[in-house]
Every structure is written in C-alpha cells, then in structure tokens.
Write a protein of this length. Structure first.
Length: 525
C-alpha cells in the first residue's frame, strides 16, 4: 500500500495556494481555454469535457474561489486564468436565453440547461463584479436574474415549454434543493456586493420555499420530503440559508439551520465531516469533498452566532478530512499514451496537483468501490478552496472591538498573529493593536489545562472562550493547549463498516484503511 507524501493537516493557506494552482492549469487548449470538468488520477491521469458541467459550472466555482483566495490569502492569480474562466462563463450565457448553458459536444452549440447550474452561473458573475468591478458581468447578472423571474415561479417551477421552444434541452433536477435553492448563497453574496434589490428578493422567495417545504423545525432529513438525495445539493442549500440568516441577523432562520446541522446532517456525514455523493450511497467509503466544505462554511456561521461547538466541529473537519484529502503527491500518477495529442492527456498528472475530489476518509482509494480507477472532478476544487477561504477568514478575526481566535491554525493579519499549538509549544498569540482577546477552548482540553500567566490579568471563561480583558500588544501570549491522544470510531451509519481513527488533538495520525491504496495516514494497527 502507498502512504502518500506531504499530507497536510495544519496549513490552510498552503492548501488554498495549491488548489489555486490546479484551477489555473486545467484549461483545454483544444477548446478555446474552456476548463475541463472530469479527471482521473489512476490508472492514468486524464482530464475531459462534460456535456452537463464544463462551461456552465466549472468557471463559476473557480472564479469564486480564485478571486476569494487572492483577497483573503494573498495568492497571486494569473490574469490569463481569470480571463479564460471569464470567457467560458460568458460563453455559457451566450445562448438564446440568459441562463448558464452547456454544449453537448466540444465545438457544438449551447444546448443543455439544468437549474442545477444556476448557483455556479451566478457565482462566476458575482466574483467578477465583487473583485474585478466588471460592468459587463454586472449587466449579465441582472439579465440572468430577470430571465429566472420570467421563466420560473415559486410553487409552479419552470416554463419548460418556453425553454424548449428555444431549441434547448431542459435537464430536470431532483426537486428545488437540487436546483434553485442552491442559488441563495450567491444571491446573498451578489446583494452584499451590489445592493441590487432583486437579488435579495429572489433569495427571500427561495428561502421561504426552503423552510416551508424542506428544512423544518424538527431538523429531520426525510427523502420523500427533500426529493433529492444529492448530498452536496442539500449541504450547499443549508450553507446558503446560513449565509442569508447571517446577513439578515435572522435568528429564526439560523435556528432552522442549526436544527438540521444537529440532526439531519448525520444522515449524510461522519464525525470527520466526510460525506458521500448520495445520501444513501452506503456501500462504499467514496465521498465528495464539497460536502465537508459546505459543513465547514455552515459551522463557521453558526459559531459566529454563539454555537461555539460548531467551530470545534469545523476545525476537526479541516484537520481530519479537508486538508488531508488534497492531491499533494502525484508521484503515483502517470500520463497515458497520447497518440492524437489530446490536451486532456497532456501533462495531466502535474496539472492536477492540488485537486480535490471523491476521497475516502483514509485515502484517495475507497473500500467498497472498484479499485481499477480513481476519479476526481475539477468543480470540487473550486468548492473546497472557497470553503478554505471562509475558514481562513474566520480563523482569527477582529470583531466588535475584540480579537477572536476561533480556529487554532497559524494566522497572520494586520490585527493579530497566531502560532498553532500543533507546532509543539502551545498556542502563541501576538496582538498588533489593543483589544480584549477571546481564545476558543477545544473540547478535548479542560479549562484548568489552559492557564495563562497571572501577569496577563484575570482569566475568565465565556462560552468556551478564554477571555483576557487587557492583554499586552506586541508581546507573545502563551496559552497552553496540550494535544491529547484519543481514539474515535467513524459511524457505521454512513460507512459500510466502522473506521477507527487515532487522533492527536484534532489531527488523525492513524486510521483503518481496509487494504485500500493511496492512504493519508498510517494504518490503525
């Protein structure tokens, strides 16, 4: 079995940067730079076109992530990569209707429309408007929203006959959660960037449908009610509702989000935040990394509103699942024969370095699946990098006149510098300007183990945060955080077998792998 090299459990910024490398490397030179969607990493490396998701889906995820990474993590982004994604996104909207469309074949006309791609279409335009002040993108976004309002009505759905009258194929979804409600998140982002009222109005219409039909006060996942079993559609709709509740300060909506987070999500996740592509796909350990990213984004918002335990969940997901499952070691990959000079087969291993895809909790290869191939999807790269950017923003922040250390990662900003306890000497904080300090206590550390120097003033506990009222500026503050070793068993409810994990703090150091290859951690025994 292959133990992968350079497995990351500690560095959010490094994961963001490497993911950005991927998203700038997968353009099809034989298709005017339209990004590839599909990929394999074993038995040979390859990239390929999707008739459903290439130009209408991938540019949105990638533009949102790349431009967010530039703003949040200072990653240098090649303008040519942004232009390639922009051109592909604009091409997708250039059909007979101002909707994100896809070709059936490379070189063919735009034919396919699915409401599943609305979210990605607006994400592309939002990112260009918010980070590049792109007037053409803004005009197109507003035309797009007008087109939706003309062709779709709540409770009635889409005017399929009119769409088909334009020569388009309408690709039906598994209900609104698999289509329209995923759009709430980018609608909120677009409104925050532009104050364009129709965006907020549509978000509120979709929110009402979501809470009345799907996300009830009981927090239960009921397939008959939800219609879809596509896990990422459910989790991205949940994170979208959290974004809207956060922006509006809507406590009732956030309570609906929390109820599903605490109950329904456990039908489709394990204790490390791994989730399958389909809710009931329980015969295999193959997952989809986007699911864990959505859960992290939701947890960060709930944590900001007082649910501190959700921040502990987010950190464990980051260290135990999302950071390790990145494709950082391509030594096992090989490029296949390419007699026709196809771009999808050219240097395909190197171009996928930094990707995210369909991992098991323990490695790239999953027990319960045919082990003759391992596939990734390029849209997932953008999804996870966007979630990592949200974690980087929230790890340590200045809010309400105070410093908050929410995630115990290295972090450096104009307000604060944080050195993680995973370096081996406790947490170290240097404040760059005055203000009270809150440091989140992980649940596996007792309050009496986090005693700071008496000279820092009285030590208080507020909602699982260590609180210092007047900490010094410019002087290292040492907070002991011992990294205890523990054993965790991942749920048989979503896996075909229990999976034992040995943890140091929140970092896995060993895990059952059932003889699968390409593993992140040492075997449990």
């Amino acid at each position: 079995m292959t133990q992968l090299r350079d497995v990351n459990t500690t560095d959010i910024r490094a994961a963001i940067q490497l993911g950005c490398r991927t998203m700038q490397s997968i353009f099809n030179a034989g298709d005017d730079g339209v990004p590839f969607f599909g990929s394999t990493v074993w038995p040979y490396a390859a990239l390929w076109f999707s008739p459903d998701l290439s130009e209408c889906h991938v540019p949105g995820r990638h533009l949102n992530a790349l431009l967010e990474a530039e703003a949040v993590a200072g990653v240098a982004i090649d303008p040519a990569a942004i232009e390639n994604h922009r051109r592909a996104a604009f091409f997708s909207f250039s059909g007979p209707l101002r909707l994100p469309l896809n070709r059936q074949v490379v070189g063919g006309p735009l034919l396919n429309f699915s409401p599943h791609n609305l979210r990605e279409g607006l994400h592309a335009l939002y990112a260009l408007v918010a980070y590049r002040h792109d007037d053409q993108a803004r005009a197109l976004a507003e035309a797009f929203l007008a087109e939706i309002n003309d062709l779709w009505q709540p409770g009635q759905g889409w005017d399929v006959a009119r769409i088909q009258a334009h020569g388009l194929n309408f690709q039906a979804t598994q209900g609104p959660l698999n289509g329209e409600t995923r759009l709430i998140g980018p609608l909120v982002k677009y409104y925050r960037a532009t104050q364009y009222a129709p965006a907020l109005e549509l978000a509120l219409v979709l929110k009402e449908e979501s809470v009345q039909r799907f996300f009830g006060p009981d927090g239960i996942y009921d397939h008959a009610r939800f219609i879809t079993d596509h896990t990422h559609s459910i989790t991205s709709s949940l994170s979208s509702l959290a974004q809207l509740g956060d922006w509006l300060g809507d406590a009732a909506l956030l309570e609906r989000v929390r109820a599903f987070y605490d109950r329904g999500l456990w039908e489709m996740r394990d204790e490390l935040g791994w989730g399958p592509g389909g809710v009931f796909a329980r015969g295999s350990d193959q997952g989809e990394a986007s699911v864990g990213g959505d859960i992290v984004e939701t947890a960060l918002i709930l944590g900001r509103h007082g649910y501190t335990r959700c921040l502990a969940d987010a950190e464990r997901i980051l260290r135990g699942h999302l950071l390790p499952c990145q494709l950082r070691d391509v030594a096992f990959m090989r490029d296949g024969p390419n007699p026709n000079g196809e771009d999808g087969l050219r240097d395909a291993a190197n171009r996928q370095l930094g990707a995210y895809g369909l991992p098991a909790p323990y490695g790239h290869q999953a027990a319960g699946r045919d082990r003759s191939s391992v596939a990734f999807y390029m849209d997932i790269v953008g999804s996870v990098v966007g979630s990592l950017c949200a974690a980087e923003r929230e790890a340590a922040r200045w809010q309400g006149g105070a410093h908050w250390v929410n995630l115990l990662f290295d972090h450096d900003s104009p307000e604060i510098q944080v050195k993680s306890p995973y370096g081996g000497d406790g947490l170290r904080v240097i404040l760059k300007h005055a203000g009270p300090l809150f440091v989140r206590r992980p649940p596996w550390v007792a309050p009496e183990e986090m005693v700071v120097d008496d000279r820092l003033g009285p030590q208080r506990w507020i909602n699982d945060y260590l609180f210092l009222a007047q900490p010094p500026v410019g002087t290292p503050i040492h907070v002991p955080i011992p990294l205890h070793t523990a054993t965790l068993t991942l749920s048989e409810h979503v896996h075909p077998h229990p999976i034992r994990v040995r943890l140091r703090g929140d970092c896995p150091v060993a895990m059952d792998n059932f003889g699968a290859d390409l593993n992140y951690f040492e075997p449990f025994e």
